[in-house]
Design a binder for this molecule. Structure first.
Ligand SMILES: Nc1ncnc2c1ncn2[C@@H]1O[C@H](COP(=O)(O)OP(=O)(O)OP(=O)(O)O)[C@@H](O)[C@H]1O
Ligand SMILES: [Mg+2]
Length: 497
């Protein structure tokens, strides 16, 4: 008899909406901001301090090596003499060789006379500088035989004129020292920079963890979960924020409570005068009266019936809202019993429309509020009776399936178009073209009750019954008594069929 439901629509839950909000772009991360304020300046500071100490160490090493390079020049100076009016370097070759000994570098020297003539040394040495510095000594870089060298020049005033002694050495020692300073001092500094950055990154993450927890707690909540947030884990800086949020939640809770109480009171207050009005109109209708008056009185009675229905629906809605019912009224209840009670009310009404209202009831116990569950079943059956044309079929089923207590109400009426299946749960929404009276609150009440029980509801197509209409099937799934129930009222209620 039943057709498979091709594509039932799951009504989005508050948790689903929260998840959708979470997936939105987050372009202003506090962590990134803190890190860019901390890590970048800190990194720049450490890197420049490492570079500074590298250059200072290099400079000191250069001064020491330069001083050492000047020593052989000073030794040579002591041996420059004038012999027979000629400048000579009075030093045996063996002593010169000793001067030039170095385990790593090659050493060159030259002694030039006032005319720039070479008195002693290697001819490949560059000519001395033409300008004499005040200190009479000068250090510079140059090349000898294509090799980079450091050159020390010593200027000697002499009776014959100016004598310049130059000593040059290759750069092996100096380059090696520069590498040692770089790897021995600067790299450890850079390592410290890396470790510091990691510690900052890690520390910021740890410090922000309570905010993450707070965010997760808020994101998990439904719009109706207004319990105060747990401030115990929040650091001192965040506690005022949590306290302010809790104040807001309390105010919101009070405001919702007041609104819910107002709706309940107003609906309740309206019911008595409306019932009186209806009685009076029905009494008047029994009196002989001209047809025009009978017509007006009939209209008045219908309007009164509609207004009473609206008041009843408003009352049921406020009962279903959080705060409208007591969570401690949850008991172990059997859907079968509730559906059996409802049958007594609805079977006579179904008969008026020649509808085949069938009940296939198996025991299906759950922890719930019997009053609310009755409202839920009433609204689903009322819709099926109201919207299924005369002679149609309606089936109400209760059962346990996959550890869930499942209520199904299906009919072979006009069906609810796939595009409308979410909207029909909105308050006061009726699908365009719907005939007959109705306030558009029935499925909104169902939605609230589903939420209050942590259940799920889905809408699909119903029984065919040969009528050629799609029909409607509404399935509500509750955690069966004894299985792990979803927490009631957390908004994670309405999920997949
Ligand atoms: N079984 C059904 N078959 C066809 N359409 C339905 C069915 N149930 C609900 N609908 C559509 O969904 C709309 C919303 O239903 P809902 O019960 O919320 O409001 P209502 O029946 O119009 O008013 P109320 O129940 O408050 O008297 C209805 O107007 C109707 O168009
Ligand atoms: Mg309805």
């Amino acid at each position: 008899m039943n057709r498979a439901d091709p594509a039932p629509t799951d009504v989005p839950s508050a948790a689903g909406r929260a998840a959708a909000a979470r997936s939105g772009p987050v372009d202003r991360s506090l962590r990134k901001q803190l890190l860019s304020w901390l890590v970048l300046p800190l990194g720049a500071l450490l890197v420049s301090s490492a570079l500074l100490s590298y250059s200072v160490a290099l400079r000191s090493a250069k001064v020491a090596y330069d001083r050492a390079l000047l020593d052989p020049a000073l030794s040579l100076a002591e041996h420059v003499r004038t012999v027979d009016g000629r400048l000579v370097l009075d030093l045996p070759k063996a002593a010169l060789d000793v001067l030039r000994v170095d385990s790593l570098d090659r050493i060159y020297f030259s002694v030039t006379g006032p005319g720039g003539e070479l008195i002693a040394g290697q001819p490949e040495m560059p000519p001395p500088p033409s300008v004499v510095p005040d200190s009479h000594r000068e250090f510079r870089y140059g090349t000898v035989s294509g090799e980079n060298v450091r050159i020390a020049a010593l200027f000697l005033p002499n009776a014959e004129g100016r004598v310049v002694i130059q000593v040059a050495e290759t750069m092996v020692k100096r380059n090696r020292l520069a590498r040692e300073i770089l790897f021995g001092e600067t790299l450890p500094d850079l390592l410290v920079v890396g470790v510091a950055m990691f510690l900052v990154w890690f520390g910021v993450g740890r410090s922000l963890a309570p905010l993450d927890r707070l965010r997760a707690e808020i994101a998990e909540r439904s719009a109706v979960d207004l319990r105060p947030l747990d401030a115990s884990y929040a650091p001192d800086e965040v506690r005022p924020l949590v306290a302010a949020l809790n104040d807001l939640l309390r105010d919101l809770h009070d405001a919702l409570d007041a609104q819910q109480r107002f709706t309940a009171n107003a609906a309740h207050q309206l019911r008595t005068p409306l019932a009186g009005l209806r009685t009076q109109v029905e009494l008047a209708l029994r009196q002989p009266a001209p047809p025009a008056l009978v017509h007006s009185l009939t209209q008045l009675r219908n309007a009164t019936v509609r207004a009473s229905h609206l008041a009843n629906q408003l009352l049921a809605l406020s009962r279903a809202e959080p705060g409208g019912h007591r969570p401690d009224a949850l008991r172990e209840v059997d859907l079968r019993t509730i559906a059996q009670d409802a049958a007594a009310l609805w079977v006579p009404r179904a008969l008026l429309k020649d509808l085949d209202l069938g009940f296939e009831l198996s025991s299906a116990t759950l922890i719930g509020d019997a009053r609310l569950l009755r409202d839920l079943i009433d609204n689903l059956i009322e819709n099926a009776i109201r919207y299924t044309p005369d002679g149609g079929q309606i089936t109400v089923r209760t059962e346990i399936a996959d550890e869930q207590a499942v209520l199904t109400v299906e009919d072979n009426g006009p069906g609810i178009a796939a595009a409308e299946r979410e909207r029909v749960f909105q308050r006061f929404y009726r699908t365009p073209g719907t005939e007959g009276d109705g306030s558009g609150l029935g499925l909104a009440i169902v939605h609230e009750i589903v939420n209050a029980h942590g259940a799920s509801v889905s809408v699909g197509t119903g029984v065919d019954g040969g009528a050629g209409r799609p029909g409607t099937r509404i399935v509500v799934r509750f955690a069966a008594a004894g299985s792990a129930p979803a927490p009631a009222g957390n908004g994670a209620a309405v999920a997949a069929a």
